[in-house]
Ligand binder design. Structure first.
Ligand SMILES: *Cc1c(COP(=O)(O)O)cnc(C)c1O
Length: 362
């Protein structure tokens, strides 16, 4: 079957080089070969996150660590900042874990604002806070540095940040921002196959986790730390993913972090320009547009264009590209185009050409 190239916001297209790395011969996860592999990538992972902490590898999708962080770190009450499908879900997950949770809900399309977070934290009720840096469902990037700056006044509140669709495309300075847990699933901006999550924890988070009696085993932060100190994971990891990650980090540092960040900015701007050329508005509030994906508004706003989204998807798919038709309650009233991973001006140009052709036929 002919492969349809992925421009959905995860999973994204995986390079042949990455797959070649993935399929190297298996090694034992308690042997020197694995320890050497993990030790080799550790400094690059730390550099990526601007941290001195050890970076952990979890064989799970992002939700494993998103849930695990709550189980390890929420003793009293968690404030879940909600601005789209993934962040809304995190609140639901907190309640399913039996945690006392409060929603800080803003309308979809809006970012989380630091002042609103601070107002809530000032009540003194919370010992944990969840924020999604780049809300993939709405294409909104919240101002993480501003939130972090105000959050500093509340050092006892565990700051848990999802950078699933931003890490490697935007600078995230873990130590400087005072984050307690940051996590990223690898099928988004890392452009690896799904099934691995990279994360790190502050010393305060590790100390607090040690006091949580019902934190379980698979996502026990203390186990991750103990094992990482010996370049190992608590249980058998997906070793293929770790090979693939080594290969991808090689790509990332060969390109250079600043170049990689600039490339994502440029490509996202090109997609916004494509939308504007066709008379579409963008779904995110101005100034908070994601740099890894573009959420295009397809609602009958004055001056805004409206198309049959499933038909647009079909016309683009017939030319070999998959775009997303909108997520959750904004399915059809938006559509999303990803520029995560290895995309270039040339490859995005091919997608815009296919989109242009489709628009002619709508
Ligand atoms: C994709 C995504 C998730 C969920 O990832 P899974 O791999 O399905 O666990 C969480 N948060 C954000 C922001 C995402 O984009």
């Amino acid at each position: 079957m002919e492969h349809v190239k992925l421009h959905i916001p995860g999973p994204v297209e995986v390079s042949e080089k990455t797959f070649q790395a993935f399929r190297q011969p298996m090694i034992g996860h308690r042997g020197q070969g694995f320890k050497d592999l993990y030790a080799r990538i550790q400094p690059q992972l730390q550099q990526l996150l601007s941290t001195k902490q050890l970076v952990f590898l979890s064989t799970s999708s992002a939700w494993g660590v998103m849930e695990g962080a709550l189980r390890n770190l929420v003793a009293r009450k968690v404030l879940n900042c909600m601005c789209g499908a993934f962040s809304d879900k995190w609140f639901d997950v907190a309640r399913r874990c039996g945690k006392d949770a409060e929603a800080l809900q803003v309308p979809w399309g809006s970012p989380i604002r630091a002042e609103e977070v601070e107002k809530k934290l000032a009540t003194g009720q919370f010992d944990a806070l969840t924020v999604i840096h780049n809300e993939t469902s709405t294409g909104v990037m919240s101002p993480l540095a501003e939130i972090a700056a105000l959050k500093r006044k509340y050092p006892d509140v565990m700051f848990i940040v999802d950078c699933v669709s931003s890490l490697t495309a935007v600078k995230v300075e873990f130590d400087k921002l005072g984050i307690d847990v940051v996590l990223a699933g690898t099928q988004k901006a890392f452009a690896l196959p799904p099934g691995l999550t990279v994360f790190t924890c502050s010393p305060a988070a590790l100390a607090k986790a040690a006091t949580a009696k019902d934190r379980g085993y698979y996502f026990d932060l203390v186990e991750f730390q103990k094992n990482a100190e010996q370049s190992m994971t608590p249980s058998t990891p997906s070793i293929g993913h770790v090979y693939a990650l080594e290969s991808k980090l090689e790509d990332i540092f060969a390109e250079g972090l600043e170049n990689r960040y600039a490339r994502h900015h440029k490509l996202a701007q090109m997609t916004r320009d494509w939308a504007a050329r066709h008379g579409f508005a963008l779904f995110p509030e101005k100034g908070f547009e994601s740099v890894t994906l573009t959420c295009v508004s397809n609602s009958a706003r004055p001056g805004g264009r409206v198309v049959d989204v499933p038909k647009l998807q079909k016309l683009v798919k017939d030319q070999g590209f998959l775009i997303d038709g909108g997520y959750g309650k904004i399915k059809g009233t938006t559509f999303r185009i990803s520029n995560m991973g290895d995309e270039t001006e040339a490859t995005m140009g091919q997608l815009y050409a296919a989109l242009d052709e489709a628009m002619k036929q709508l």
